[in-house]
Design a binder for this molecule. Structure first.
Ligand SMILES: Cc1ncc(COP(=O)(O)O)c(C=O)c1O
Ligand SMILES: [Zn+2]
Length: 415
């Protein structure tokens, strides 16, 4: 099975369709916001993709186990790092605290560079290898960059990263450690994005930008394929997703859509998009006329801080098709979500991922989730990527002299 499985690409804005060999990135008529959907011929895939024929060996427990549903050729066999097959954990204490007996956490902080973005970057790296590009590039709020940098390094490609100057230090450190060439753009993510597209055109680098590269949704969809498999090929009722550009949430939809089209599952989940109050263009579009308008993004959750979502049109269509909804949460609620997840489930996430739980709490307060519904919460990025926001949201540790007496006095004060 190879890239031949892709039957066509169709634009989310103008609905024109293209042959995959004719277009590399976004719709030529609509420009970078004309994200292309990747279409498959499921009749051709069905005999190749059968749950009972999926490999069982330990080495096959990674995202490539689904390769008949992925837009890559045999190049995936040369991919050196295991991405995906992250745990779907029940989190019993969090279940009790929330009163949700079928809650599951999909812990994508366990990916090689500690975020879900590795799933998309893996597809980008394999496609770049297959097409013979020596260099890959992307603009990112941080995780897509760190992930492209790490996976490119593992595969022997060089990477060029366009990062907004406001990116958290840990993400910058990841990039430098992986040996990327980093351009710290003195502007917003949106400006970095446009600049990266132009530079890729100029220098012939392979561009991984979200929304612009149509295959990133395909990589991200493996999270949904895994959730379904880990639930025994069942579809959850709701999937709660932190949303910035809207690519992860469209990936989740695409994965469940593929399984539904193949007749492996018998229904589709409701998508719950969680946005930061300071960056909620997708929620505003969903609750308004469906049109995306840029906002002036400002939130502690850097990964979901986006003025104009680059995969926004597709995300709005998908959330609507799922009968889902969007909620917005404040920075304070986001940090509460981070701490609750760490303290009730032992999973330390960055603020964007804490937003998932904050959004779920809001839905519970509004009685929009039933106690017996199967709900999957995506933990999309690890907490060590942004320690400053946690240090701000918690009390500094007590300074204590190195003597038992000092500890005793301290413990008594705590009573
Ligand atoms: C940890 C984390 N969560 C959520 C998101 C949001 O994903 P998207 O921009 O595809 O909506 C990102 C994107 O950078 C992320 O890194
Ligand atoms: Zn178009």
């Amino acid at each position: 099975m190879a890239a031949a499985a892709v039957a066509g690409l169709s634009c989310v804005l103008c609905e024109r369709t293209y042959a995959p060999e004719d277009v590399l990135y976004a719709c030529p008529s609509c420009g970078p916001l004309g994200t292309l959907r990747v279409r498959y011929d499921y009749r051709w895939i069905a005999p190749e993709f059968q749950p009972r024929r999926l490999p069982r060996r330990k080495e096959s427990l990674n995202m490539w186990r689904y390769y008949p549903l992925l837009p890559v050729g045999e190049g995936w066999r040369r991919f050196p790092l295991p991405v995906g097959w992250t745990p779907l954990t029940p989190a019993p204490r969090l279940r009790r605290a929330l009163g949700l007996r079928n809650l599951h956490l999909k812990d994508d902080t366990r990916n090689p560079t500690a975020s879900l973005k590795d799933r998309a970057s893996a597809v980008a790296v394999v496609r770049a290898l297959e097409a013979g590009y020596p260099e890959v590039a992307c603009a990112s709020t941080g995780n897509a960059a760190a992930s492209l940098a790490g996976l490119a390094a593992a595969a022997g490609l060089s990477s060029r990263i366009f990062l907004p100057a406001s990116a958290p230090r840990a993400k910058v450190a990841q990039l430098l450690a992986y040996g990327s060439t980093v351009y710290s753009i003195q502007g917003s993510y949106d400006q970095a994005f446009d600049l990266c597209v132009q530079a890729c055109q100029r220098f012939g680098w392979y561009c991984r930008n979200t929304g612009y590269n149509p295959y990133m949704v395909e990589g991200k969809k493996t999270v949904a394929l895994e959730i379904a498999e880990q639930l025994g090929w069942r579809c959850p009722d709701k999937v709660v997703v932190p949303v910035g550009d809207g690519c992860i949430i469209s990936g989740v939809w695409k994965g469940f859509w593929d399984l539904y089209q193949l007749g492996i599952t018998d229904r589709l989940p409701q998508l719950i998009a969680v946005q930061a109050e300071g960056s909620q263009a997708i929620r505003l579009a969903l609750e308004g006329d469906g049109q995306l308008r840029p906002v002036k993004a400002r939130t502690i959750a850097d990964s979901i801080s986006v003025d104009l979502p680059r995969n926004g049109a597709m995300a709005v269509q998908d959330i609507r098709a799922s009968g889902g909804l969007a909620v917005a949460v404040s920075d304070e609620e986001i940090m509460h979500g981070v701490l609750l997840l760490a303290r009730q489930a032992g999973i330390f996430v960055e603020p964007a991922a804490g937003a998932s739980l904050a959004g779920l709490l809001k839905l519970l307060e509004a009685n929009k989730v039933g106690a017996s519904e199967t709900v999957v919460l995506l933990a999309t990025g690890g907490g060590l990527k942004d320690v400053d926001s946690v240090l701000k949201a918690t009390d500094a540790p007590a300074a204590v002299a190195p003597a038992l007496g000092a500890i005793v006095r301290r413990v008594e004060q705590e009573r």
